[in-house]
Each structure stands twice: as C-alpha cells, then as structure tokens.
Design a protein around this ligand. Structure first.
Ligand code: 4AD
Ligand code: MG
Length: 480
C-alpha cells in the first residue's frame, strides 16, 4: 500500500493527484469534515466526506482517536484555515476507538492537565503538546550528532553498566543478578558481590565522562550521547532518575576552549530547532501565552518562546568566576532582604538553583557561564588551580532552568589527581585505569555534559522535565 504523510501532502505539490493517507481522527464535524493527523506534523489534513456516498456503519466508526486510511484527491480547499484538502473517495477503518471511553482519556479535545497526561504516558503522544515536544526533541538529538560530526568529533559509547562512580557522589543504582530475597552473604553478613554476575559490585552509570576521557586520549575529539542514571531523591521539575546526557571530551582543550565549545554547540542546536521546528515551536509558544493568562501578571514571561531561543543564539554568554558571582549574590536584594531560602554569606558555599536563576534572570538577563568553583564542592577529576582552593570547573546557567551544562578541565597531573582522590575518598583501585591515562602520555584535556532533557525543556518552554521525556523515571515512579 503506497501512502503519503500529512506533512508531505501539505508541503509537496500533489495537487489534483490521487493519494492515500493513514492517521488518527482528531475530529469529525457535521458528518463531513475529518481532521486527520498522522504525527508527521502538528497540522491535520482536512478530509471532506460526501456522506451520502458512504455507509452509515462506516461513518459511525469515524470517531476521535480511531485510525483510518483515506483515499481521495488532493484539491485546493474551499473553506478557510487550510490551503488543501482531500476529496474523499474511500475510507477504511483500521482501528476503532470507543467514543465513550475516549472521552475519559487524553484523546478528548478538551484541555487536559499535563499531570493527568503523565499517567497516560502511552497515549499522551497523541496530543498536540506532546507531539510537538517529541518532534523538537528528535530534531535536537539529530542536531547534536550533526554538530559534532561536522566538527570532526567521533561518537563513542560509554558503558551503561560500570564498576566506577564517575562523579564520586555515591548516587548510583546497583545492577545485580542476585535473587533479591536471598543474596549470598560474606562471613560478616554483607552481600557477597564477588559471587554476582560480574564478580563485583556494579552500577548504572551516572556519567560517561571517565570512559570518554580514555577515548579522547586516542581519538582526540569524542562525544557520548546516552542514558545516565542518578539515584538522588530529588523530586523537582528539573531532575530525572534516568536522563540523557551529551558529553564531548577533547584532548588539548583547556577550560576556555571547552566554554567556547559549549556556547557554540548550544547556539548551533537551538538554531537548528528554530529552522526545522517552526510549526511546533509556534504551537508551543501559543501554549505558553495561554498558560500565562492563568498566572499573575508578575509571572508572565517577558519574551515569547521563539524570541527567547533567538536571544540565546544572538547574544554572547556572560562569563564570570564563582568568586565574582558570590560578590554579586551577597549584595543582591533577595540576599540582603533574606528572601533567598539559602542565604549567601561565605565564599565556598554551593549555589542553589535560586541563586543561579537570580544571576541569569535578574542580574545579567542572559545565559551565564560560571567558572573556577571551590574545589570542595566539585568532583575529584577537575583540575586544581594554582591558588590550591579552586578548580577549573564551569557551569552554563540558563533562564528558567538553572544549570544546563556542567564541565571542566580535567586534572592531568598524576600526583595531584591521586592526592585529590585520596582526600575525597574516591576508590583509587577501582579507577586504576583512569589514573593510568596520566602515566602514559598525559595531556591537558577538557569536556562537559549537557543535560539533554533540560535543553529540550528550554527549547519547548515546558516547565516540568517529566513532560519532555517519553517515559519519565522519578522517585516512586517507573511505570511502563
Ligand atoms: O553537572 P553534572 O553532574 O556533570 C557530569 O556528570 C560531568 N561528568 C559531565 C562532564 O563533564 N562530562 O551533569 C551534567 C548535566 C547537568 O548540567 C544537568 O544539565 C544534567 O546533566 N543533569 C540532570 N538532568 C536531569 N536530571 C538529573 N537528575 C540531572 N543531573 C544532572
Ligand atoms: Mg553539575
């Protein structure tokens, strides 16, 4: 069966030709006008039915949510709202949808809350909002590969099951093939992982960085793009237990080089989305304007969605050190008036998302790259500065999101790295291979990790990260 897509019908010149298109019914008005969507675009194609030529039994099955295949001629539209429509000659009902049940589910045209849709994650993709978000997500993923491929990077895949804790933060899920009710125990009563599948304790990776570093030491420029897992009990609109991370790693790059790379990369993928996803972004932009109407004036967005993306693409990101940022935050109004939940009084404290968002949204009104953080609040692998107390770390902070990228220049000096690992209780035996890199032709190198869902959140304007991944995994939830 040769079929075409709605997107093709609307874009290519198939006028006056006989076509076949399959999709799901969005609405059926006056026993005459079917709005058909097939996911290829946010738009629907209008199919005009001459009801006298069709069996009533067939017409009765053209309900919202039903899947149908339509054959007919593409003609210029008589009505308003669309340029072309299908003069229907044949209809095949592929899969019925009971209209009474459909009304109870997400397929009803009435506005449903995003929370309700989250409980129907297998059906929510039929809605305009999720269709738009997931098409943008897919385009962004493609743009990421396109960018790195054009820049001479090699795509490498870090393992998902690993023996090492890449961030040294202990927030890992254990992977085991033991019978959870009866695992073998050691003499001391602890679980005996030496008898487990891999002969040792293993986890789902929190980051592909360390393995990417080994590949950068042979291939020069590499990037990973894969799922990562964090067993942190963060129930926020920006945290997932399973999320996708993009991690470039480059030999001979210092911190400035990696900041340049992050900025250029972000601008490239957002430009691509603006070029390729205009229909979807327009829809999402209007959705946000609607959402604003239900909020107090003070919470309305100052820029429309596409303006916000353009703004990021067209402006240089502000770059300031952590120390400068602390000075700004100390003197800031919310700090002086004690409106921050966590007040900033001393150098060395970790920044919370309220501080990051103050810098980006109120103070600079621009994306900000903070660098040279205190060593104590950052991971063991970051390069120690000559002051002995800061490391060559950088975070990219975005409006509405906070941290979207975390990166650093890596500690390439064997002795310094070993000292830091010992001081921070990182298992040096487990990471012998990581230390080895510093023994055999070590070089300055740097990289970063971009949280893919946070980027999709920014690009689509969705306020909750659970609404930009097909099947969100969060504390207490792993449905499907
Ligand atoms: O800052 P993070 O923890 O950095 C790393 O994992 C480094 N190994 C990256 C590197 O240098 N190669 O995480 C990087 C980014 C964050 O900036 C954030 O965007 C995202 O990953 N992220 C999360 N996204 C969703 N849910 C979570 N629980 C996240 N944790 C981090
Ligand atoms: Mg971070």
């Amino acid at each position: 069966m040769y079929t075409t897509t709605v997107s093709d019908l609307l874009q290519t010149d198939l006028l006056n030709q006989k076509i076949t298109v399959c999709g799901w019914v969005r609405s059926f008005r006056s026993n005459r006008f079917i709005a058909l969507n097939d996911g290829s675009t946010i738009k629907t194609i209008q199919c005009v039915v001459d009801y006298e030529s069709f069996d009533e039994a067939v017409l009765n099955k053209i309900n919202i949510g039903a899947s149908i295949c339509v054959t007919g001629t593409l003609v210029e539209s008589q009505g308003q709202g669309q340029s072309v429509e299908i003069q229907v000659e044949g209809i095949e009902i592929l899969g019925e949808a009971n209209p009474d049940e459909v009304k109870l589910t997400i397929l009803s045209p009435k506005r449903h809350s995003l929370e309700t849709l989250r409980e129907q994650a297998h059906l929510r993709i039929r809605t305009n909002t999720f269709g738009a978000v997931m098409r943008v997500r897919s385009k962004l993923a493609f743009a990421i590969h396109k960018y790195f491929n054009e820049k001479g990077f090699f795509y490498m895949n870090s393992p998902i099951i690993t023996g090492s804790d890449a961030e040294g933060a202990g927030e890992m899920f254990t992977v085991s093939s033991f019978d959870s009710k009866n695992p073998p125990l050691t003499k001391d009563g602890a679980i005996d992982f030496s008898k487990d599948f891999f002969g040792k304790e293993t986890h789902l990776t929190v980051s592909g960085q360390l393995e990417a570093e080994t590949y950068a030491m042979g291939l020069g420029k590499v990037y990973t793009f894969g799922p990562t897992f964090r067993a942190e009990n963060s129930n926020t609109s920006r945290h997932l237990a399973e999320f996708w991370m993009v991690e470039p790693e480059v030999a001979f790059y210092d911190l400035d080089d990696t900041m340049d790379l992050a900025e250029d990369f972000i601008k490239y993928i957002l430009t691509y989305a603006l070029e390729q996803c205009d229909d979807d972004l327009e829809f999402l932009e209007n959705r946000l304007l609607q959402e604003d109407k239900n909020k107090p004036e003070a919470e309305h967005s100052t820029m429309k969605l596409r303006e916000k993306l353009q703004f990021v693409v067209n402006n240089k990101f502000v770059r300031i050190s952590y120390t400068e940022a602390i000075e700004i935050l100390k003197k800031s109004k919310p700090n002086q008036k004690k409106r921050f939940k966590y007040l900033i009084d001393d150098w060395g404290v970790d920044l919370q998302s309220e501080h990051e968002r103050y810098l980006v949204e109120k103070h600079f009104k621009s994306p900000v790259i903070l660098f040279d953080y205190p060593a104590k609040i950052k991971a063991f692998y970051m390069r120690l500065n000559d002051d002995g107390k800061t490391v060559r770390a950088m975070d990219v902070l975005f409006p509405g999101i906070g941290e979207i990228v975390g990166g650093s220049q890596r500690e390439e000096r064997y002795d310094v790295l070993l000292d830091k690992m010992r001081a921070m209780h990182v298992d040096e035996k487990e990471l012998y291979w990581y230390l080895d890199l510093r023994k055999f032709g070590t070089v300055v190198h740097s990289g970063f990790g971009l949280g893919f869902e946070r980027m999709v959140q920014f690009a689509t304007g969705m306020s909750n990260i659970r609404d930009v991944i097909p099947y969100p995994r969060t504390p207490g939830n792993a449905e499907y």
